[in-house]
Ligand binder design. Sequence first.
Ligand code: HEC
Length: 118
Amino acid sequence: MTKLRSVWFVCALGWLGVMPTWADAPVDSDQAAKLIRMVRQDCGSCHGMRLTGGLGPALTPQAMREMPVESIAATIYHGRPGTPMPPWRAIINETQAQWIAEQLQAGFPQELAERTSR
Ligand code: HEC
């Protein structure tokens, strides 16, 4: 009986441990640093080092303010089928896509990465 109860206890702990990966946690500064690095490097390879456009269109605040933040986030999360714009849902969650969309509209930060890690 005691043994059975402790098995349940361990299961419950395991379940709680898995919880945070189910719910989209808000973007903290650690995550922000990673997302900024990802956008600058991976998105930059198509949208330009300064996000002013390349293979993909400019992601400057001027360009992004023309679009509702939800459709920017959806474009990032789902990609644009039939175009080179890939979906990012395997790498980021919807909260993170929304965060990137908001940052693009506001003017994407340069380098939170280096500053916060010190
Ligand atoms: C392999 C190249 C490639 C990569 C990598 C890429 N994109 Fe794109 N992206 C494109 C292309 C091409 C389009 C234009 C699609 C179209 O014709 O509608 C686009 C469109 C967009 C749009 C819509 C812009 C508009 O004016 O309609 C947004 C927002 C966007 N990308 C954000 C991102 C973000 C953020 C990342 C990184 C997480 C990213 N992209 C990575 C190629 C890329």
